[in-house]
Design a protein around this ligand. Structure first.
Ligand code: NDP
Ligand code: 2IT
Length: 445
């Protein structure tokens, strides 16, 4: 494989798919060496097969608002690779959703799911529907309309979607209901389900908890931990909420959250009832963080900016892709930040990652750090198959162990001669090898 040649070919085939090409390049750069050491990968065309999804379903989603007006959104499901298990990955509802974004997410998901050690392939889907300001009834009608198309290609042994940005427990409930109605099957076809109808304890917390468990392992390599550390967090959604909860439990102090309107800096720390308030803020459907400062007046709102200018020891980007650029990385480094763990998918730009690595800051990518979410989805699938429920401690213990194992795999494949761990390389190589070997075993498909 020659990375530059592959990228030129892909850019020709998929012009303008910026996020997808960014995600592919990162993986190719990381695996080039191990790939070229094994001639059977090259002759079996493993990488050419991996970078293209198995298939993409694209459909329209017509739905009626509360005033009787009909709207049409676009819906997608990308089934990327099922070498090690059924397609698995979230659904994103956000106005920015397009094929490039879903392809980057689906591609990343292949390696992330492989890292979890559970049998799950990679997939992703979603819609450009904007949940902002919609009523509960509108959300329900949209979810039902979305499932009217999606149900045909998913199933507990085929493809198991879950939540992502704009899709939480409520949306999973509406989609599950429609799937059940259409198929007459109460099946484990989605994860993130309600606890009374097949969901798993700890799934809502899992991505954030897992991210902090992973960061804890990173800090351990430097002989330190979360106690007394100042933590900057971006986003104010599911992942940010879970991460801040766990940071508090481990004795750290989370001082920021952010939204599209700007960020909130709370010098007293976001703890206790303030964490509860995050849920209220999110469910208000208004997509702004400023109201936090009305509720807790000691906090400041900084309009139109990201939280990376706040002095911190640890940064946890938990909002969205490319939300942390080169200048942000430089400020974090200058302010003495020692660890950056990505709760979101691909939040740091390639230039930011380069800066962190040059400065030997502990830096780990989303596909390793946030894998606890999908891992716990995998645990939900196991419980559905066995038709029993584990208690919260049991799920949490398994999640914690999975995160430790992922960290170990990153160190195994990413540790350089000087002892610095390149977690990007480690995660990509470890994730890739398992999938590539499974593809070799199964023939040309
Ligand atoms: P939520 O919808 O709960 O929250 C998403 C947060 O990111 C919100 O604060 C949202 O604000 C903000 N955001 C989304 N898009 C943009 C944008 N284009 N510009 C600025 N801010 C934006 O989603 P999650 O917390 O579930 O997801 C956050 C990240 O974590 C995503 O990258 C997701 O892919 C990733 N992730 C999620 C997992 C899960 O289990 N939920 C698992 C693994 C990764 P707003 O909506 O107002 O734009
Ligand atoms: O990006 C992700 O890993 C998720 N949104 C979770 C996917 C899942 O299937 O739980």
């Amino acid at each position: 494989m020659e990375v530059e040649k592959m990228m030129i070919d892909l850019e020709k085939k998929h012009p303008g798919e910026v996020e997808y090409l960014q995600a592919v390049r990162e993986v190719l750069d990381s695996i080039e060496e191990v790939y070229n050491e094994s001639p059977q990968f090259e002759s079996a065309g493993i990488i050419e097969r991996l970078v293209e999804p198995d298939r993409i379903l694209s459909f329209k989603v017509p739905w009626m608002d509360d005033h009787g007006k009909v709207h049409v959104n676009l819906g997608y499901r990308i089934q990327f690779n099922n070498a090690i298990g059924p397609y698995k990955g979230g659904l994103r509802f956000h106005p920015s959703v397009n094929l490039s974004i879903l392809k980057f997410l689906g591609f990343e998901q292949i390696f992330k799911n492989s890292l979890t050690t559970l049998p799950m392939g990679g997939g992703k889907g979603g819609s450009d529907f904007d949940p902002k300001g919609k009523s509960n009834a509108e959300i329900m009608r949209f979810c039902q309309a979305f499932m009217l198309e999606l149900w045909k290609i998913i199933g507990p042994e085929t493809d198991v979607p879950a939540g992502d940005i704009g899709v939480g427990g409520r949306e999973i409930g509406f989609m599950f209901g429609m799937y059940k109605k259409l198929t007459r099957e109460h099946a484990g076809v989605l994860t993130g389900k309600g606890i009374n109808w097949g969901g798993s304890l700890i799934r809502p917390e899992a991505t954030g908890f897992g991210a902090v468990y992973f960061a804890q392992e990173m800090l351990k390599t430097k002989g330190t931990d979360f106690k007394g550390k100042i933590v900057a967090v971006s986003g104010f959604g599911n992942v940010a909420w879970g991460a801040i909860t766990k940071v508090n439990q481990l004795g750290g102090k989370a001082v920021t959250i952010s939204g599209p309107d700007g960020y909130v800096y709370d010098p007293d720390g976001i703890s206790g009832e303030k964490i509860e308030y995050m849920l209220e803020l999110r469910s208000s459907n208004q997509d702004i963080v400023k109201p936090y400062t009305y509720e807790f007046p000691n906090a400041q709102f900084v309009q139109g900016k990201r939280p990376w200018e706040v002095k911190c020891d640890i940064a946890l980007p938990c909002a969205t892709q490319n939300e942390l650029g080169k200048e942000d990385a430089q400020i974090l480094i200058k302010n003495g930040c020692i660890c950056v763990a990505e709760g979101a998918n691909m939040p740091s730009t390639p230039e930011a990652i380069e800066k962190f690595q040059e400065s030997k800051v502990l830096f780990a990518p989303g596909k390793a750090v946030n894998a606890g979410g999908v891992a716990t989805s995998g645990l939900e699938m196991s419980q559905n198959s066995m038709k029993l429920n584990w208690n919260a401690d049991e799920v949490d213990l398994r999640l914690h162990q999975i995160m430790r194992n992922i960290h170990e795999a990153c160190v195994k494949y990413g540790k350089g001669p000087d002892g610095y761990v390149n977690y990007v390389k480690g995660a990509n190589v470890a994730g890739f090898l398992k999938v590539a070997n499974a593809m070799l075993d199964q023939g040309v498909l």
